[in-house]
Design a protein around this ligand. Structure first.
Ligand code: PLP
Length: 472
């Protein structure tokens, strides 16, 4: 690759866009400038490679490709077949899965595909067999009515929101909560860890069709072997949503009992968090569920996004390189250094530390709500998000926690020394902020916020973001 290839590619693209709507070109340039300047600690974000970004901006965007590889409802999909097959092959090889479905547009969509594949396999197929028909259109009105009732009367057991579970795991504001009768398992109040005996007890009592593991704010490993045993003991399908930690699975940081792929019946993920690909989702499964999973579009998904599947193929190829394993290891080293630096300075962490990519600070230790802490950090150039902690007295809006994660800063090249410096900046801001007259108001000396902001920018100075991209 020529030394200026990345700059030339992005400059040319912006020139072409600017000729039509300059404000969009300006916003794209401004976004890069903002990302370069901020200390990004959002646990679910990352920086995709230039190759991944460029794979999305092309003619694949124009193509309809409902169906699956080699079996489309539209003509002329041979090149889409090529990129979808490549993405699926890279995913299978990377995760050691027998089947990969790379069409989901996001993590929520991947979960919907998985839920409906399980419902089709475990509820719809037996009903069709019983009625001795091949497809739902052949059912009598009475049998169809009964099947719809039965589909809507299934149970799901997943991790509670305040313990770190995700809204799509059966919570009422999400479609999954309207589809399923849901119960959740929490964590041990003393340790903050999953208590597998309690999960087993809840499964025995509730008898769910689906047991879900996976989280967006739990800072520890999950033993998927034990979870599978629990699922098997009650005849549940075991589903893992590895959206947050897929990069750690890909990079072989999570192996054995902690790798969900050999243990789960079905695994879903996003592709844009620790996996560092384009925004999107993916489903992995064995042969038993493969046909149902492949019906994701048009069952619950709109037409596939071939340009994003092209980018998934590129990002997954990157994740198969040996240096990705090193990246994944450094994500965890950095999270542990950050946790250690915060603890040493007196911060209270949920579970006392981390063994993945994220750290959850209980900011009640600083006398703040999550919302106050999030805003004070933002004023100081540190981008995080507030998050509930277990048994959170401040609820899901104000919260008592701040979730921080290291995938993005690790991509930028920051290491454990910089994590200690980051811990110092976070602790300085939080310990100097005082609670205001409401759960959203706070008092922070603007001069201190400015000073920390400058220190954050200095810290990033040695780690340029997209060093090969100069927009001029
Ligand atoms: N599952 C988990 C565990 C997540 O953390 C998220 C996003 O935060 C999702 C699913 C949803 O992903 P998306 O925003 O791509 O729909």
């Amino acid at each position: 690759m020529s030394p200026n290839a990345e700059s030339t590619a992005f400059r040319s693209a912006l020139e072409v866009i600017r000729a039509v709507e300059p404000r969009v070109a300006d916003a794209i340039g401004a976004e890069l400038a903002d990302q370069r300047e901020s200390l990004k600690l959002i646990a679910s974000e990352n920086y995709a490679s230039p190759a991944t970004l460029l794979a999305m901006g092309n003619w694949f965007s124009d193509k309809y490709a409902e169906g699956t590889i080699g079996r489309r409802f539209y003509a002329g999909c041979q090149n889409v077949d090529t990129v979808e097959a490549l993405a699926a092959e890279h995913a299978r090889e990377l995760f050691g899965a027998s089947h990969a479905y790379v069409q989901p547009h996001s993590g929520i969509d991947a979960n919907l595909v998985a839920f409906w594949a399980i419902l089709a396999d475990r509820v719809e197929s037996p009903a069709l067999k019983k009625a001795q028909v091949r497809q739902v259109n052949d059912l009598t009105e009475a049998d169809w009515f009964a099947l719809r009732r039965e589909l809507g009367d299934q149970r799901m057991l997943g991790m509670s929101l305040d313990a770190g579970g995700h809204l799509t795991h059966g919570f009422r504001p999400n479609i999954s909560g309207k589809m399923f009768d849901q119960r959740s398992y929490g964590t041990d109040p003393a340790t903050g860890l999953i208590d597998y005996d309690r999960v087993a007890e809840a499964a025995r009592e509730f008898k769910p069709l689906i047991l879900v593991a996976g989280y967006s704010a739990y800072p520890r490993k999950v033993n998927f072997r034990i979870m599978r045993e629990i699922a098997d003991s009650v005849g549940a399908t075991f589903m893992v949503d590895m959206a947050h930690f897929a990069g750690l699975v890909a990079g072989k940081v999570f192996t054995g009992d902690f790798d969900p792929v050999p243990h789960a019946h079905i695994v879903t993920t996003t592709t844009h968090k620790s996996l560092r690909g384009p925004r999107g989702g993916m489903v992995l499964c064995g042969p038993e569920l493969a046909d149902q999973v492949d019906r994701g579009c048009p069952m619950v998904l709109g037409g596939p996004l071939p340009h994003v599947m092209a980018a998934k193929a590129v990002a997954l190829a990157e994740a198969r390189r040996p240096d990705f394993a090193d990246y994944a290891r450094r994500i965890v080293d950095n999270a542990q250094a950050l946790a250690e630096g915060l603890t040493r300075r007196g911060a209270k962490l949920v579970t006392g530390g981390t063994d993945n990519h994220l750290v959850l600070i209980d900011v009640s230790g600083y006398g703040l709500t999550g919302r106050q802490a999030e805003q004070a950090l933002l004023d100081s150039g540190i981008v995080t998000n507030r998050n509930a902690v277990p048994q959170d007295p401040n609820g899901a809006w104000y919260t008592s926690g701040i979730r921080i994660g290291t995938p993005a800063l690790t991509t930028r090249g920051l290491g454990t020394a910089e994590m200690d410096a980051t811990a110092e900046l976070i602790h300085t801001v939080l310990s100097q902020t005082t609670s205001g007259e409401s759960k959203a108001k706070y008092v922070l000396d603007p001069a201190l916020a400015d000073k920390v902001s400058r220190q954050a920018t200095d810290l990033l100075g040695n780690f340029p973001l997209y060093p090969g991209v100069d927009l001029g």
